[in-house]
Design a protein around this ligand. Structure first.
Ligand SMILES: C[S@@+](CC[C@H](N)C(=O)[O-])C[C@H]1O[C@@H](n2cnc3c(N)ncnc32)[C@H](O)[C@@H]1O
Length: 616
């Protein structure tokens, strides 16, 4: 069960539970809820949330199972025995000594599940106060959201396994046999009052001395926890004690509660000291000065109080209103004693008659918040928190109700301003966040560009290095070439010198000397040959000797050349008739010599041609 879709589907499931069954689980910790729903889905072999919603619509029985699973009812007698011991030793003595022996002790077990916690409280108090005191003074209000659990709690019957944590002695004292089971004693059972109360929505039980809310808060998210703890603070008397489960803390409420024993999760309400007398609201327009219990100072102080207050007696008559109330609601002294329902204030700024009835019947306070009042047309609207509380006599008998109107206009304005500022802040924060994200993206882009640049740089560097190496190689090749060149130049010069020497030698011979290679191509054609045959060196060199068009009978000479080249013999003399370049018949003496290198490899043939009879 993950992802945006599932989240949306889960919201839809919660909405369906709220709309069709009136259970609002939005204030609960989401992961726990998701795990519990998943368990149900697994049990039913359902694969998706939407399928499960369909299943719930078809099988109403599954609702019960799902609630059972969501409202985890795990509980037990004396759960965390050491914490109960701390309660008995550190809280009850202080609480009992702070209360006059006549006053009743009000205890609230919030989230009592199947009742074990409430009955544990009964046993602990019974042991501390004695059973007589317990019966006459103690009221344990045990509430839960789960009707089925409450029904079980009301029976007060538990199995052997369930009472395992109750000592034999206490079992004997507080339980009666009920078949094979144990039933909490009927006469004591009356002190425990079970009722349904949704901690997230309903008003708290009021004037509580000890509030036990163990292992219940932890299922709510932080915001809901805060709201509930605020209600707990309101519900508690002064002194008032709060007893939580071992996994629960009050980190954000240090201004409301102080620890008595932090490790055992026992806290004391921080609040103004409680008045010695039960609350009595009176005033300017109130009982006469002849009432002996009423001193002028008290009346003056209450009359001048900044909060508008009214007191209604059990018969529904207004019996007191302070100055602020008089001014606000235009009350006159003659209004005191009149039926409250006849006064405009009973329905304006808000309908109070039904609320008073509810408070009188249930003996529970009701708080109305954000009541808006337009005192006159065009006047600035004022906002009130209206509190209707039951009032009790010394003997703890209900005597009427008190109504206070707390003007929270300024507070609401501030709250609205705060909300606006928060909204602006959130927007600014979101913008900042998106800017931040953009910045991060840009940064990442820059980083990757930088990395690319670095890579390119490295590539360039390595290319550069390669080029440098190549350059050096080239330079060394160049040096070598230069050297070779120098050598070649030297050789060339030597060759030129040798050639010049050879040419001048050949020229000095005065003969027509010709050298042919092994293919019988002319290699050397000396100036003497030019003179004889009228063919210039550049015309003769490179051509086959047999193809030369000169006055010499080359066809006759070629076989001689071939023989000499074959070394048969290596020197031959021959006489041939020829015609020189001037057209004169001449007899030529040819001397053919095999040309060999140092190793005796044949290189060609040297032909020395002279006119017969001419001086060499
Ligand atoms: C784990 S039990 C704790 C029982 C007992 N306090 C203990 O510590 O042994 C939690 C109880 O909280 C109840 N619960 C859950 N949500 C609630 C609500 N919104 N209002 C009142 N009780 C609620 C559940 O029904 C369940 O019985």
């Amino acid at each position: 069960m993950q992802g945006e879709n599932s989240d949306q589907e889960f919201d839809e499931l919660l909405l369906m539970l709220k709309e069709t069954r009136g259970f609002d689980f939005t204030g609960y910790k989401r992961p726990t809820l998701m795990r519990r729903v998943q368990r149900r889905m697994d049990a039913r072999g359902v694969g998706s949330l939407s399928e499960y919603c369909d299943y719930l619509e078809l099988e109403s029985d599954e609702f019960t199972q799902l609630f059972d699973s969501l409202l985890i009812n795990v509980t037990g007698f004396f759960r965390d025995p050491l914490a109960w011991q701390a309660l008995r030793e550190q809280v009850l003595p202080e609480l009992l000594s702070a209360k006059s022996a006549r006053r009743s002790l009000r205890v609230w077990s919030a989230g009592c599940a199947t009742g074990e916690e409430a009955y544990t409280l009964a046993m602990v108090l019974g042991e501390t106060m004695g059973l007589g005191e317990f019966v006459s003074r103690v009221k344990i209000y045990a509430t839960d959201l789960d009707d089925a659990a409450l029904a079980e709690a009301r029976t007060g019957i538990y199995s052997e396994r369930q009472v395992a944590e109750v000592s034999e002695e206490l079992r004997q004292k507080y339980f009666e046999a009920s078949g094979t089971k144990y039933a909490f004693r009927r006469d004591l059972r009356r002190q425990v009052i079970f009722g349904r109360n949704d901690l997230t929505r309903d008003a708290p039980i009021s004037r509580v001395d000890l509030l036990v809310a163990r292992n219940t808060l932890m299922y709510f998210n932080a915001e809901t926890q805060s709201n509930i703890i605020r209600k707990f603070h309101f519900a508690l008397s002064n002194p008032g004690f709060l007893f939580l489960g071992k996994a629960e803390m009050l980190l954000n409420h240090v201004d409301q509660f102080e620890p008595v024993d932090l490790r055992k999760r026992i806290f004391r309400k921080i609040g103004k000291p409680a008045p010695a007398e039960p609350p009595r609201m009176v005033t300017a327009t109130g009982p006469g000065d002849d009432d002996p219990s009423w001193t002028g100072l008290e009346a003056a102080a209450l009359a001048a109080g900044p909060i508008a207050q009214l007191v209604i007696d059990r018969r529904g008559r207004l019996i007191a209103a302070n100055l602020r109330a008089e001014a606000l609601f235009n009350l006159r002294p003659r209004d005191v004693g009149r039926p409250f329902q006849d006064l405009e204030v009973s329905y304006r700024p808000t309908e109070l008659r039904s609320i008073i009835e509810e408070v009188t019947k249930g003996q529970r306070s009701v708080e109305l918040t954000d009541v808006i009042w337009h005192s006159a047309p065009g006047a600035e609207p004022r906002v009130f928190d209206v509190n209707v509380v039951p009032l009790y006599s010394h003997a703890d008998q209900p005597v009427g109700v008190g109504i206070s109107f707390l003007d929270v206009t300024r507070y609401r304005q501030l709250r609205d301003e705060l909300e606006r500022s928060n909204h602006d802040l959130e927007q600014a924060y979101e913008e900042l966040q998106s800017l931040n994200e953009e910045l991060e993206t840009t940064n990442e882009e820059l980083q990757s560009t930088n990395e690319e640049l670095e890579t390119t740089n490295e590539e360039l560097q390595s290319t550069n290095e390669e080029l440098e190496t190549m350059n050096e190689e080239l330079q060394s090749t160049n040096d070598e070439l230069q050297m070779i060149n120098d050598v070649l130049r030297l050789r060339g010069e030597e060759l030129d010198t040798t050639r010049a020497f050879a040419a001048s030698t050949l020229r000095s011979l005065g003969s027509a000397v010709v050298v042919v290679d092994t293919d019988l191509r002319v290699n050397v054609w000396v100036p003497g040959a030019e003179d004889f045959w009228g063919l210039r060196s550049e015309e003769a060199v490179g051509r086959l000797f047999g193809e030369l068009d000169i006055g010499l009978p080359v066809a006759e000479v070629v076989p001689l050349l071939e023989r000499t080249l074959a070394g048969q013999p290596t020197r031959t003399e021959a006489v041939v008739e020829a015609m020189n370049r001037r057209g004169r018949h001449v007899t030529m003496v040819l001397d053919l010599l095999l040309l060999q290198d140092h190793d005796g490899v044949r290189q060609g043939v040297i032909v020395v041609m002279n006119e017969a009879g001419a001086q060499k």
